[in-house]
Design a protein around this ligand. Structure first.
Ligand SMILES: [Zn+2]
Length: 340
């Protein structure tokens, strides 16, 4: 490819072209869900036949008439089973009548939006209703949730900040009801870029921060923080260097928290620019989205990673469901905080 591009996902135009047909979308999903060939969701049998259910014209209560897309289905060839399913069965894609190409477009938009994209913006860009945009936005954000992975090591920066909150017009400054956000950044090396893990915490104190540090930072790490008393106890846990921000010292040798500061500014600009205000309830999902984009910024396959997130994470729940162990289902299967 000629020239240097700095985008982090596929271009919207490429996505629209590749995923113009439902069949292409389906083929892509199939490969994401079953990289080693389709197997029955009910019994695991590897012999399945494919068939297509032709789309119909659907009439809605408000008189609107819309065609539904063709559906690409499988039937299990195990005579005892004969289960019929689709690549979307039991995934985040399945409880919607949206054509798959809308999902693909929405994923591409969110991968590319460095400052995030609001449901309002998505409504305009995709020509869908606000309700649909909101739905897509939240489910894709869920697929971007990275969870807790391996411990960060090497040089690690730790910091906390405050996001959003109301602006006090009278005093011309932010009110102190802003939710605290805690972040840990592992500095990049020659082979891998830096990574961040950030989350909303109830309060900036040892009680909430301690377990996060112990759960996410290796005792071998060399940790950099500012002079906040929050981090005093770190000396007992690992090698700890302090940069004295109140003394106007921002960098001393390699001691700084500039990596994590960079992430904070990205997050804050995004939330102010695209979302205006974010309720505390949804804050972790927004942070998760920014974290995902940051951690995958050099990843060519970011789009595929989100699609895999959408099919695989929920497919796990489906397994639990069909195994009739309903009590092992995660409670997050309900998206109860949605406006409809
Ligand atoms: Zn089967």
């Amino acid at each position: 490819m000629a020239g240097k591009t700095h985008r982090i996902g596929p271009s919207i135009i490429d996505t629209a072209r590749v995923f113009a047909s439902e069949e292409n979308c389906h083929t892509y999903l199939e490969a994401a869900r079953w990289p080693n060939g389709v197997t029955c969701l009910q019994c695991g049998h590897s012999k399945v036949s494919k068939f297509t259910v032709k789309g119909q014209v659907r009439q809605y209560a408000n008189g609107e008439v819309k065609p539904t897309p063709d559906r690409f289905m499988y039937q299990c060839l195990n005579a005892e089973c004969k289960y019929q399913f689709a690549a979307t069965t039991g995934t985040l894609f399945s409880d919607t009548h949206l054509p798959l190409n809308k999902w693909m477009m929405a994923v591409a938009l969110m991968c590319n939006a460095k400052k995030g994209i609001s449901a309002k913006q998505m409504e305009r860009d995709m020509g869908v209703s606000y309700k649909t945009a909101w739905y897509l936005n939240h489910r894709i954000r869920k697929a971007m949730d990275e969870g807790v992975g391996d411990l960060f090591t090497g040089v690690v920066e730790i910091d906390e900040t405050y996001i959003g909150g109301k602006f006090d017009e009278r005093r011309k400054r932010q009110k102190y009801d802003k939710p605290p956000v805690f972040g840990i950044l592992e500095r990049g090396t020659e082979d891998k870029p830096s990574r961040i893990r950030a989350s909303h915490i109830k309060a900036a104190n040892h009680y909430f921060i301690g377990p996060k540090i112990k759960g996410q930072v290796s005792p071998e790490a060399k940790v950099m923080t500012d002079e906040s008393r929050l981090y005093e106890a770190l000396d007992k846990f690992c090698d700890h260097e302090i940069v004295n921000h109140s003394g106007k010292e921002w960098v001393r040798g390699d001691v700084s928290t500039q990596g994590v500061d960079g992430f904070w500014s990205l997050l804050k600009r995004g939330i102010i620019g695209s979302f205006h205000k974010v309720s505390v309830k949804h804050l972790d999902r927004y942070i998760g989205e920014f974290q995902f984009r940051f951690n995958n910024r050099e990843e060519q396959e970011i789009f595929a990673a989100v699609i895999i997130g959408l099919v695989i994470k929920t497919a796990l729940r489906y397994k639990a469901l069909t195994a009739k162990t309903a009590n092992s289902l995660p409670s997050e299967i309900e998206f109860s905080d949605e406006p409809f």
